[in-house]
Ligand binder design. Sequence first.
Ligand SMILES: Nc1ncnc2c1ncn2[C@@H]1O[C@H](COP(=O)(O)OP(=O)(O)O)[C@@H](O)[C@H]1O
Ligand SMILES: [Mg+2]
Length: 315
Amino acid sequence: MADAEYILEVKHLCQTFESGRGRKKITVKAVDDVSFSIRPSETFGLVGESGCGKTTTGRTIIRLYDPASGQVFFNGREISGRMTGELRRYLTDNIAMIFQDPIESLNPRMTIEEIIGEGLRVRGVKDKQEIRRRVNEMLCKVGLTQEHATRYPHEFSGGQRQRIGIARAMITQPKLIIADEPVSALDVSIQAQVINLLNDLKEEMGLTVLFIAHNLSVVKYFSDRIGVMYFGKLVEVARGDDLYKKPLHPYTRSLLSAIPEPNPFTERSRRRIDYDPKTAHDYSRESPRMVEIEQEHFVYCSPSEEAAYQKQLGL
Ligand SMILES: Nc1ncnc2c1ncn2[C@@H]1O[C@H](COP(=O)(O)OP(=O)(O)O)[C@@H](O)[C@H]1O
Ligand SMILES: [Mg+2]
């Protein structure tokens, strides 16, 4: 059953890809039994190294892919079932995605006005003046100007292109934004500007955000809750501060140890923790599963690991 507390619920989501041919054909479990929920107006950070299945999770939620199994609910309505025209409209009205690569995701032959206004045209807005007015309004919101409307994507910097991507996603006033590593391709000096823009728009428009990142340093400052993914599986989900103050899963600890610190004294003694699942866990006799170890703090562990984590938390 869907829970009214949540705007998005992902339940036991699985996604597979076939790769190779003939006898060498293998099935990659890109997303393996992933469950998490997001409350309205929350920012949920989804973090894990490259290839762990973050993009596939986002793309499956928005139905760029059909799920192999599992369910997804938006505002209590299942959006993972059979695709119909009506469901497609429901999805495009409510959920939008911002892509990692602002260069590849913008059609080079379309003007900025055409790119940003496309969502309105798809929804049947025909009045050219109305589209122009709303595109201009959106351009201002993302820190660009009306003069930019007639130009083409190649005339813009990476940061500006990502602003265009954000304008395109937000013009139809979706309720949920899936931001897939929106700043990973940008210079570090520009990353904060784009993140601040996203956060400002989120507040102004009352958006819910699923923010995907490959390390914790980006999501640290603004995620209400964070899910850590490793090889297709969620291994820990917690409120942001809990995850930083009391990480339990060894993979989360390893990710945290990779964040540089601005303090040169502690930075010098900072030790990078490596995560090797073969030595970190013994699952030969006990199987791991997701456990809510304390309120809102979930960790993927075996019963004996659970006991050790409880001790660690003083429970
Ligand atoms: N369209 C696809 N076809 C085949 N394999 C894919 C496809 N997309 C992703 N994969 C594989 O699925 C896994 C997860 O990929 P992805 O979701 O892109 O990870 P992330 O976004 O965390 O870097 C990887 O092993 C990747 O190679
Ligand atoms: Mg990705």
